[in-house]
Ligand binder design. Structure first.
Ligand code: SF4
Ligand code: SF4
Length: 397
C-alpha cells in the first residue's frame, strides 16, 4: 500500500530554509526551524493554514527533501479526519455535476462544438490533450497554429491535479490508476499538454503512486519553441511591447527550464519581460490553490488580487501567462479590482505575432465563472463536510 508521504525525512536536516524562503511565510530562520519540526512531528502549525500550495519550497531545499510533499501529507491526514468543506466539491474534477459541467452549458456555440469534438476519445497515436484548463478556454484553439492537430480530451480524462494540490492523495492514487488504464486503451504514443500541470502529474506525480504512462509527454511551450525554431511558424512582425510574466506553480518541478523557455519565446516574439516582485521559483500562486491550506474561498480571491496587483505595479502593458487556470483566476482579479492591465495567454501572443487576431474572451469567461462560483457558494451550507467517493474507470467498450 502507498504511504502517500513522499517527503524524504532522511535527507532533511531540519535547517528551516524552506519556510524561511517561502514567499508566503517569510519566517525568520529560528521560527522556520521550529515550525518545520512541528510539520515533521505531525503537530499543529500555522503553515498548514497559510500555505498556498505554490510548490516553491521544494526548490528551496538544499537537500531535495521535498518539503512540499510533507505539507500535502499533513493535509491528507487532516482530510481523513475532517473531510473537506462541501463547497469545494463543486470545483473538483470527477464530481459531476460540477463547476465544469455548469460552465460548459454557458459556452458560446462555437466553443461548445469545439469541446464536443475533442471528447471523441478514439485511438490516436499523437494528440493535443486540452485538459480542463483549455476545455474551459477552448477559444484559445481558434488559430491556424492548430491546423492538422488532433485534440483529445474531456472532463472524463482530466489529469485530476486539483486533488493533489489540496492533499487528497488517496483520490490522486485512484485517478492515477484510472488514467493509466484509460490511456493504455487509447494507444497514445505522444501527447502535447497545454499546461504544465498535466505534464507534471503524468511525468512526476502519478509514477509515485505506481502508475506508468508509456508515452512521450511534450509541454506546449516545448512544442511552440520547436515549431518556431524549425521555421514551421512564420512570425510576421515583432510585437514590440513590454509585458510582465506570471510563472505557473507547476513550472517549478522542472527547475529553470520553463521559466527560461517562456521568456525565450516572448523574446523571439519581440516582447520584453519586466519582472514582478515574485518571479520564477519565488512566483506567487495565481490564487487557484490558495484554498488548499485555509479552506476559505475568499483566500482564492485575496491571493489572486495580490498577484494581479504585483503585475499592475510593474507598469507593463500586459500580463502574460502560460496556464489557462491562472488566466481565468487572474482575470477574475482584474474584474474585481477594475484593473487596467490586460491578460494574454502566450498562445494569444504567438497568434498575434503570426498575424492573427485572437478571440481573447478571458474577461467574459472569468465573469461567467465568477457568477457560477458565487451562486454555488450561496447555495451550500458552509459547515457541511464531504469525503470523496472512489474514482475508477470502467471500460464500456
Ligand atoms: S508550498 Fe509555497 S506557500 Fe506552501 S510552504 Fe511551500 S513555498 Fe510556502
Ligand atoms: S525540507 Fe529541506 S529546506 Fe526544509 S528543513 Fe528539511 S532540509 Fe531544510
Amino acid at each position: 500500500m502507498t504511504s502517500y508521504n513522499f517527503f524524504d525525512r532522511e535527507s532533511c536536516d531540519l535547517c528551516g530554509l524552506c519556510l524561511n524562503q517561502c514567499p508566503i511565510m517569510e519566517m525568520p530562520i529560528d521560527q522556520a526551524r521550529t515550525e518545520f519540526k512541528k510539520l515533521v512531528n505531525g503537530e499543529e502549525t500555522e503553515v498548514l493554514t497559510k500555505c498556498t500550495s505554490c510548490m516553491s519550497c521544494n526548490n528551496f531545499c538544499p537537500h531535495y527533501s521535498r518539503p512540499y510533499e510533507l505539507i500535502l501529507y499533513r493535509w491528507y491526514k487532516r482530510y481523513q479526519e475532517k473531510g473537506l468543506p462541501r463547497a469545494a466539491k463543486f470545483f473538483l474534477p470527477y464530481q459531476f455535476p460540477n463547476f465544469g459541467s455548469a460552465l460548459l452549458e454557458h459556452l458560446p456555440e462555437d466553443e461548445k462544438k469545439t469541446v464536443e469534438s475533442w471528447a471523441n476519445l478514439e485511438k490516436n497515436k499523437e494528440v493535443f490533450y486540452p485538459g480542463c484548463n483549455m476545455i474551459f478556454l477552448s477559444y484559445l484553439s481558434f488559430s491556424k497554429l492548430f491546423e492538422n492537430v488532433t485534440f483529445m480530451g474531456s472532463q472524463e480524462l482530466c489529469c485530476g491535479e486539483p486533488w493533489y494540490r489540496i492533499g487528497v492523495l488517496e483520490t490522486s492514487e485512484q485517478i492515477a490508476k484510472k488514467l493509466e488504464k484509460q490511456f493504455r486503451n487509447l494507444g497514445v504514443k505522444r501527447m502535447i499538454t497545454p499546461c504544465l500541470a498535466g505534464c507534471n502529474m503524468y511525468k512526476n506525480v502519478y509514477p509515485r503512486f505506481g502508475a506508468k504512462f508509456d508515452f512521450e509527454i511534450i509541454p506546449m511551450l516545448d512544442w511552440l519553441w520547436e515549431r518556431i525554431d524549425q521555421g514551421k511558424l512564420k512570425l510576421k512582425s515583432k510585437l514590440n511591447r513590454t509585458v510582465t510574466l506570471h510563472d505557473n506553480c507547476e513550472a517549478k518541478p522542472f527547475g529553470n527550464k520553463y521559466f527560461d523557455l517562456s521568456r525565450q519565446i516572448l523574446q523571439i516574439l519581440g516582447v520584453k519581460v519586466v519582472e514582478m516582485e515574485h518571479n520564477r521559483d519565488k512566483a506567487l500562486c495565481c490564487g487557484m490553490a490558495a484554498f488548499a491550506g485555509s479552506h476559505r474561498v475568499e483566500d482564492i480571491l485575496n491571493a489572486a488580487a495580490r498577484r494581479y496587483r504585483e503585475a499592475e505595479d510593474t507598469g507593463a502593458s500586459a500580463l502574460a501567462l502560460y496556464c489557462g487556470g491562472c488566466q481565468w483566476v487572474l482575470s477574475i482579479a482584474k474584474i474585481l479590482s477594475q484593473g487596467k492591465t490586460p491578460i494574454f495567454h502566450v498562445l494569444e501572443l504567438v497568434q498575434m505575432a503570426i498575424g492573427e487576431k485572437p478571440a481573447h474572451r478571458n474577461v467574459e469567461r472569468a465573469q461567467k465563472i465568477f457568477e457560477i462560483a458565487m451562486a454555488e457558494a450561496a447555495r451550500v451550507d458552509p459547515q457541511e463536510r464531504f469525503w470523496a467517493e472512489e474514482i475508477e474507470w470502467k471500460n464500456e467498450e
